[in-house]
Design a protein around this ligand. Sequence first.
Ligand code: BTN
Length: 237
Amino acid sequence: MKRYQEIHFESVDSTNLYIKHHYLELDDFTFVSSDYQSEGKGRYDRVWKSQKGENLLFSLLIKEKYLVAKGGYLSLVAAVSVSELLDKYGFKNITIKWPNDVYINDKKVCGILLEGQIPEYIVIGIGINVNQKDFIGEYHATPTSLILEGGKEVVLHQFKRDMFDILIKNISNIDLLHHQFKSYFHKHNHLDKKEIKFLYDGEYLIGTVKGIDDNFNLIVTSNNKEIKVSSGEISIL
Ligand code: BTN
């Protein structure tokens, strides 16, 4: 298993941004976590809001060329890792909304933001709502947290340790575990058989989700044609 470094802040603009600004001097496999982010970033330039000290906010820097070349697949491995840990903690009805959001009981508990500069580095940023009870204001997807779903507080420092360990274990064995990740994803596919709207070749199409292929593209049938979707935002109809 890879060895890893850790840096923790009480407050930082964004753990992803910190790594992006410092990747040259940081070691491969450095975790950066923070109790609070003043500029927490979500996908599509959204804001990731999180109350201080209640949730897990971290980013992992990867510089090893072989892994960096895996690109977006890493965020899927991250989503599977988060889901596996939630399974271990006894949560039920865990699903992964392709490509990488984790849901419990149809509400979003975790978001993942993959950034970087291939082939130099990749940063996998993960936000998991752990002990936050109130979600005030606008959210793109209905949010939830482990305390709201499980009814009891989760020991954050232990949860963080378990999260780092499972992520490192899965990334260290990324090729060996490929089939395991795929079958796990199949079982927990939030979009399975759902009718979705998606962007393909610059136009919005409607189709039904069939599954994922070996490269973790989403397979959708639309107008009797099978389409492979490799990126973009999906909305459920
Ligand atoms: C999303 O669902 O839109 C992705 C959210 C990613 C949030 C995490 S929190 C830790 C890391 N630092 C950031 O600024 N964003 C990611």
